[in-house]
Design a protein around this ligand. Structure first.
Ligand code: CP
Length: 313
């Protein structure tokens, strides 16, 4: 299987063309087939991945590590500043210089926006941004895109609602950017204080993507997909502001059953109380499946960034 993928690093959703996105979706499908044929177990056996998580994570860290191990690769990791020499004052630049000496590819989550770009500029091995503050989370957006493509069979001609903290949610910021490559309509549902930042409105207008903004949760009832997010507590400077907004919306089973289009419910997880557990049993609740697709997409991304040849099926 031949492919063209002109990126060593994955930093920002803006780096991708529509062709790149199609390549990622196709290669992910292919990797799933290779896995069924038991042909992936040694693909990355010559490679070692550094897993650098300076901010908390369950899914992103474990799914990247799972992806690498399933491909036969090896993993070294550091979790939290307190267990790295950054806590002694070492710079991110020096830290990355060391990682380059140990590993063949690095995945980094860091609380500062732009940190993965700084890390990538310091070293030559591939760097994957696993979330940089309130900036971007491109691999989450790619697995979200893959989920829509798998579950809805096409990304075009869908009406997609984003619900919750649209101001700080990096997964929403990244996915909105990827969706500008498709023919979609977007409905932003949030309190005014957590509205989507102006730069995303401008980009949607520039790309002629129809969108509307509302505070009315019922607006997702005529959407094909509703993407719910938690209020991002860790990004608030003002605690009182968080307390005032934290229960803005709750999507529950009754709300979902009232939708006119059997709306597919997505969530990047973790959830707090914005998505009721009674939704879990509905067939259109796909968020656990969405997280599972994350391993497939991240296997494909590791292969693509390392430019590893894929065997025939
Ligand atoms: N969706 C996501 O990024 O989850 P984690 O914070 O658990 O990695």
């Amino acid at each position: 299987m031949k492919y063209e993928f002109p990126h060593k690093d994955i930093i920002d959703p803006d780096q991708f063309t529509k062709k790149d996105l199609e390549t990622i979706l196709t290669i992910t499908d292919y990797v799933v087939e290779l896995q069924k044929a038991k042909k992936i177990n040694h693909l990355l056996s010559d490679y070692l991945m550094a897993s650098l998580f300076f901010e908390s994570s369950t899914r992103t860290r474990l799914s990247f590590e799972t992806a690498m191990l399933r491909l036969g690769g090896k993993v070294i990791s550091t979790v939290g500043f307190q267990f790295s020499s950054i806590s002694k004052g070492e710079t991110l630049y020096d830290t990355m210089k060391m990682i380059e000496a140990y590993a063949d590819i690095a995945v980094i989550r860091h609380p500062v926006e732009g940190s993965s770009r700084i890390a990538a500029s310091a070293i030559d091995i591939p760097i994957i941004n696993a979330g940089d503050g309130a900036g971007h989370h491109p691999t989450q957006a790619l697995l979200d895109l893959y989920t829509i493509y798998k579950e809805k069979k096409s990304i075009d001609n869908l009406r997609i609602a984003f619900i919750g903290d649209l101001k700080f949610s990096r997964t929403i910021h990244s996915l909105v950017k990827l969706l500008t490559h498709y023919n979609v309509e977007i409905v932003f549902i949030s309190p005014v204080d957590l509205a989507i930042p102006e730069m995303y409105r401008k980009e949607l207008k520039k790309k002629n993507i129809e969108f509307e903004e509302t505070e009315d949760l019922k607006a997702f009832w005529d959407c094909d997909v509703a993407y719910v997010t938690r209020i991002q507590e860790e990004r608030f400077v003002d605690r009182e502001e968080y307390e005032r907004l934290k229960n803005s919306y709750v999507v529950n089973k009754a709300m979902v059953l009232a939708s006119k289009k059997n709306t597919m419910i997505m969530h990047p997880l973790p959830r707090v109380n914005e998505l009721s557990t009674d939704v879990d049993s509905l067939p259109n609740a796909v968020y656990f499946k969405q997280a599972k697709y994350g391993v497939d997409v991240r296997m494909a991304l590791l292969i693509l960034c390392l430019q590893v040849e894929l065997p025939d099926l």
